[in-house]
Design a protein around this ligand. Structure first.
Ligand code: G3H
Ligand code: 13P
Ligand code: ZN
Length: 310
């Protein structure tokens, strides 16, 4: 199978109540680890790259790697998506280079500006057969020091979500229900606003919902990093049970980057510590890639429930 758009993937995910994992990529080993896991589980998968990942990997290398993945696994639906497109130009660059979907992240703008920017991207993308994810609401992390009265304003307003989708024609919508990017998501107990998810879903039942900042910050991987010379204290993510609940409650795409960073780093650190004389990159990148595969496979199978949905 060549690259597929997310439209068909999301249709099935909404009908059959599961979520599709969207995993951030920036090099060959990460891409291979992810697609090896998706193939082992016979699951659809979304590969996504941020604008800084595209700068790092270079867009032509990235697209060739993704193309290699699709020809290695012709029976697995694979999409390539721009994550957090900052502006129209970056979205256009990706659309013109064969991305199957783009995200325009207008969440930093006010409601009207977000609508105008998103609509501009939607018009161009749709004219080229590409689909668009937009974002409404703000994903604050604990480092953002949001006070309690402000925190309500950060969550997605369900009524605005309905207006936004109507006004922009976007194909999927990322919402803020308490997740945040990175390894430090909660100070105390993890808490997500499932009530807001439910309300949004009831207002836009046909629009796939996306959850950003959805890494578990897998404790075993953090421990492994720390055991082998790392220093990542107090890291905390979204527990698997909550992500599972989200997957069967209307969230169709779940974004994961931090857990892959931890897996790769843990794998490399272990070899560096245990075999200080090793200097062949394959020696440490092979176990790192294997850890990425295991991490993704666990999410697909046990959390997102997308096994055998290819
Ligand atoms: O949500 C952001 C992703 O984790 C990508 O991060 O811009 O450092 O590649 P990045
Ligand atoms: P994490 O930092 O929780 O992995 O979130 C990734 C993400 O939302 C990418 O868009
Ligand atoms: Zn994100």
């Amino acid at each position: 199978m060549s690259l597929v758009t997310t439209t068909e993937m999301f249709k099935k995910a909404m009908e059959e109540k599961f979520a599709i994992g969207a995993f951030n990529v920036n090099n060959m080993e990460i891409i291979q680890g992810i697609v090896d896991a998706a193939a082992a589980e016979n699951s659809p998968v979304i590969l996504q790259a941020s604008s800084s990942a595209i700068k790092y990997a270079r867009i032509n290398y990235l697209m060739k790697l993704v193309e290699a993945a699709t020809s290695e696994y012709p029976n697995i639906p694979i999409a390539i998506h721009l994550d957090h497109g900052p502006d129209f130009e970056t979205c256009k660059l990706c659309i013109d280079n064969g991305f199957t979907s783009v995200m325009i992240d207008g969440s930093k703008y006010d409601f009207e500006e977000n609508i105008a920017l998103t609509k501009k991207v939607v018009d161009y993308a749709h004219s080229k057969g590409v689909v668009v994810e937009a974002e409404l609401g703000k994903l604050a992390g604990i480092e953002d020091d949001v006070n309690v009265s402000d925190s309500d304003a950060m969550y997605t307003d369900p009524e605005q979500a309905e207006q936004f989708v109507k006004a922009t024609g976007c194909d999927s919508l990322a919402i803020a229900i308490g997740t945040s990017h990175g390894a430090y998501k909660f100070k105390g107990e993890a808490k997500l606003r499932f009530d807001i998810l439910k309300e949004v879903k009831s207002r836009i039942p046909n629009t796939p919902i996306v959850l950003h900042g959805a890494s578990t910050v897998i404790p075993e991987l953090v421990e492994m990093c720390n055991k082998f010379g790392g220093n990542i204290p107090g890291a905390k993510g979204v527990p698997d049970e909550m992500l599972h609940e989200a997957s069967i409650s209307g969230v169709s795409k779940i974004n994961v980057d931090t857990d892959l960073r931890l897996a790769m780093t843990a794998g490399i650190r272990k070899v560096f510590t245990e075999e200080p004389n090793a200097f062949d990159p394959r020696k440490y990148l092979t176990p790192a890639r294997e850890l990425i595969k295991n991490t993704v496979q666990h999410k697909i199978k046990d959390v997102f429930c997308s096994s055998n949905k290819a």
